[in-house]
Design a protein around this ligand. Structure first.
Ligand code: GLC
Length: 455
């Protein structure tokens, strides 16, 4: 009996392992590295969640959370008129913050499309504003030299063929009621709609750098790869936009190449994330205040230091940060978002060298307490981010003999290096540690950065 269990387990492991190795495309690891190169270099992007949910202004899941029917949700469509929408201003803000790419919700779970889709009437062109808001957005962001990404919700709480499941606004535990609700709904038709819209998005707007599909929840009364026909969809995507970078929410994690990067959402990872034992390309998406869509009464806004901490921390573990703005229903970034972006931009202006092109530091360099390290492998420079400004001396253990020169990054002012000696040591003896002499007064920089030019 035991033997049998062992054999079953072994076979299960082998199958799982084989599954992890499955591939959909001929691309090699080096070719992928090349395709991902700009994204890995750029590190910092803007997420934009904008849709009808900006009107209720109390979370983009409001339809779900308050179990609103499509009929009752209609008032937001009827009143949608973002008269102040000027994506050029958005693009300028993103650029000023130091962001290099941006990803916008072309359609969120509510089903409303910012773009002029042939396959639905539920779109911006049919509202009071009467314009293809996505087209203008693409032009504006491209004009500022930013790379562009489309978020597209796999979920659709408006489409009449999308079946009611466990995360649907009309969800119910009553099986008979559920069957009743789903009578006449045909996921085959929805799947076709989904593929058609992705085709439109990747055909009508020129080069698209990123596709951010969201999200799968397989299992009982959920939806996953089969429901979306994710394999076919990904093949279509790669065929239409060969260079595009795709997130990992299509439920294709069994395939080595069923996704390009992984997406830890609203939490700090403890180390560089691994998938199937391999360090993965990764991007954390984060909000200023908890909600993605504009949320008028949400007061838990992160401060500048916390936001910069998120960015630096991501790079220090080899990842990217996609930071979200939820514009208002008039088409503006609200004042708090603008303030945060400008403050981050102020820091980035002087310190972006520790972000762009940087990654996790080689293991031999241990971060001193209250610091984060990043490293530029091409330039062989190491960056020490001082989260808590030390009193005059910063001791670096294990760095002795490895540093050519040290300076503050923001003003290129020299930082003196000395071998650290300890009381009672003879001349010429060394602790192996070195000391950096810092000014007493913290430079007027939110998080000061020391740049070490390595030997
Ligand atoms: C989630 C949520 C959503 C948000 C997204 C961003 O899956 O459903 O509202 O758009 O994550 O990562």
């Amino acid at each position: 009996m035991r033997k049998l269990a062992f054999v079953v387990l072994l076979i299960a492991c082998l199958i799982q392992n084989a599954a992890a190795q499955k591939k959909l495309f001929p691309e090699t690891e080096d070719q992928k590295k090349e395709r991902m190169a700009w994204w890995v270099n750029d590190r910092f992007g803007m997420f934009i969640h904008w849709g009808l949910y900006a009107l209720p202004a109390r979370h983009e899941w409001v339809k779900n959370q308050e179990r609103i029917t499509t009929e009752d949700y209609q008032k937001y469509f009827d009143n949608f008129n973002p008269d102040l929408y000027n994506p050029r201003e958005w693009a300028k803000m993103a650029k000023a913050a130091g962001m290099k790419y941006a990803v916008i919700t072309t359609k969120h779970h509510e089903g409303f499309c910012l773009f002029d889709s042939k396959f639905t009437d539920y779109k911006a062109t049919n509202t009071a504003i009467g314009r293809d808001l996505l087209k203008e957005w693409v032009e504006a962001f491209r004009a500022e030299g930013l790379k562009i990404g489309f978020y597209y919700s796999l979920i659709d709480w408006h489409h009449p063929d999308f079946t009611v499941d466990r995360v649907h606004p009309q969800r119910t535990d009553d099986k008979a009621k559920l069957a009743e609700l789903n009578k006449g709904r045909d996921m085959n038709k929805y799947r076709e709609y989904l593929h058609n819209q992705v085709r439109e998005l990747l055909t009508n707007y020129g080069k698209v750098d990123i596709l951010w599909l969201d999200f799968s929840y397989p299992g009982e009364n959920g939806k996953g790869a089969k429901d979306w026909d994710s394999e076919k969809l990904l093949k279509l995507i790669r065929q239409l936009q060969p260079g595009i970078i795709v997130d990992d929410r299509l439920d294709l994690k069994d395939y080595e190449d069923g996704w390009d990067f992984t997406t830890p959402e609203q939490y700090k990872v403890s180390k560089w994330p691994e998938v199937n034992g391999k360090k993965a390309y990764w991007e954390t998406c984060q909000t200023f205040s908890g909600s993605w869509g504009y949320y008028r009464d949400e007061m838990t806004w992160k401060d500048t230091k916390q936001l910069l901490g998120l960015l630096i921390e991501s790079v220090s573990k080899g990842g990217n940060l996609l930071l979200n703005v939820g514009p208002t229903a008039r088409g503006m970034f609200d004042e708090r978002a603008n303030k945060a972006l400008l403050a981050m931009g102020e820091w980035m202006k002087w310190n972006n060298r520790s972000i762009y092109g940087c990654t996790q530091a080689p293991e031999e360099f241990k971060a001193p307490d209250n610091t984060l390290l990043t490293y530029n492998p091409k330039k062989n420079r190491l960056y020490i981010h001082l989260l808590d400004y030390p009193l005059q001396n910063l001791t670096l253990t294990g760095f002795a003999g490895k540093i050519k020169y040290a300076q503050f990054l923001h003003d290129a002012s020299e930082i003196k290096i000395s071998q650290r000696t300890e009381h009672g040591m003879k001349e010429g003896e060394s602790t192996g540690s070195i000391n950096l002499s810092l000014p007493v007064i913290k430079p007027n920089v939110e998080i000061p950065v020391i740049e070490l030019i390595l030997k």
